[in-house]
Design a protein around this ligand. Structure first.
Ligand code: UFG
Length: 341
């Protein structure tokens, strides 16, 4: 049993719920909070089934300082993992203020409350979006931040800037930002996975929803990129691999070279959109209705991770393959369909 007690904000969400499983299975005590603004109890129920435990969960908003103060006072939290954020690129373009208010308001309120209660370990859900289109395609953490492609991307850059400033001002505060590449897949139990709101924007949920018959046709955006088959290149990482990196970050946070470190979390392999679609058809045997269409606005041509720093300092690397990611995403979609009936 670890002496750490971990708070997961956005605990009812996709990545947090998978991360909670890994912490619980490693003997950590966890507390989850969520305001259910973009989620519901679905994943909490699955999480309780997988871990066979009653989850300590509280409903509330990370911008509510009183809620957080009471929580920190009562729960004796030692470390915070901040997942809670709005994450739709499209919505952020339409409603930028919603994104600046929520994503910046929640991190600053949390950090203020942590300071009052002397909680000094903070792990932040960042994104490879902070790099924009990098000059070196297999990007490492030293790459400069290019102009953000969306208000969503800008909030991730700004949050990292907030963390830089607060760790300069407070040497006791230890921060790790985890820059996720493209998280996909689901827990192999098929009891938790991604629950897209409305029509999915992301590739894999669109693929699985098309395969199950919820969508008529998958559109693969772009055939004239400077890539082997003309479609974009991404680094698709299994969500369970991603979740495990958080446990290693929590274990190693006090041994980092500085009190503010960032890590790429990706496989290190670039895969094209069309390769992924073909792989899905191959491993599931499902006929997938898809067409190649013009580029989607705002898409970056190619980016994948150089994950060497995470391997060196956290002792972390991915173990699961793209095939396993797609198999698990498909199992989850089938589980959702079976439970709707
Ligand atoms: N794509 C399709 N058809 C679809 C959906 C996506 O062809 O129906 C393509 C996109 O055009 C892109 C690739 O699949 O080339 C991946 O798109 P996703 O939307 O799944 O992922 P993105 O790489 O665009 O976005 C991800 C995260 C964002 C983050 C961004 C940073 O979802 O949170 O990376 O680049 F901001």
């Amino acid at each position: 049993m670890s002496t750490k007690k971990i708070l997961l904000t956005g605990g009812a969400g996709y990545i947090a719920s998978h991360t909670a499983v890994e912490f619980i299975q490693q003997g950590y005590e966890v507390v989850l909070i969520d305001d259910f603004s973009k989620s519901d109890r679905t994943l909490l129920n699955g999480l309780e089934k997988i871990t066979n435990t009653k989850i300590r969960f509280f409903e509330g908003d990370c911008r509510d300082e009183k809620f957080l103060d009471e929580l920190f006072d009562r729960e004796k939290i030692t470390s915070v993992i901040h997942f809670a954020a709005y994450k739709s690129v499209n919505e952020s373009v339409r409603e930028p203020l919603l994104y600046y208010d929520n994503n910046l308001g929640s991190i600053t309120t949390l950090l203020k409350s942590m300071k009052k209660f002397d909680v000094h370990e903070f792990i932040f859900s960042s994104s490879c979006t902070v790099y924009g289109q990098p000059d070196v395609i297999q990007v490492d953490e030293s790459a400069p931040f290019k102009k953000a492609e969306s208000p969503y991307g800008a909030t991730k850059q700004m949050c990292e800037r907030v963390l830089e400033d607060v760790t300069l001002a407070n040497k006791n505060l230890k921060v790790i930002s985890l820059r996720y590449f493209n998280p996909v897949g689901a827990h192999p139990s098929a009891l938790i996975g991604e629950v897209p709101l409305g029509v999915p924007n992301n590739l894999v949920p669109y693929v699985t929803q098309t395969a199950i018959g919820l969508r008529q046709k998958l559109t693969a955006f772009g055939s004239d990129y400077n890539t082997p088959d003309g479609s974009c290149i991404r680094d698709f990482i299994h969500v369970v691999d991603l979740a495990q990196a958080h446990v290693m970050a929590a274990e190693k946070i006090s041994q980092m070279p500085t009190n503010n470190e960032a890590f790429n979390l990706g496989t290190g392999d670039g895969v094209t959109v069309l390769e992924l679609v073909r792989k899905f058809i191959e491993i599931t045997g499902v006929k997938l209705n898809f067409e190649v269409a013009p580029r989607r606005e705002g898409d970056i041509e190619k980016v994948y991770a150089n994950p060497a720093k995470a391997k060196k300092l956290l002792g972390w690397q991915t173990k699961l393959s793209l095939e396993e990611s797609l198999r698990d995403a498909w199992r989850w979609e089938q589980h959702l369909a079976a439970n709707k009936k």
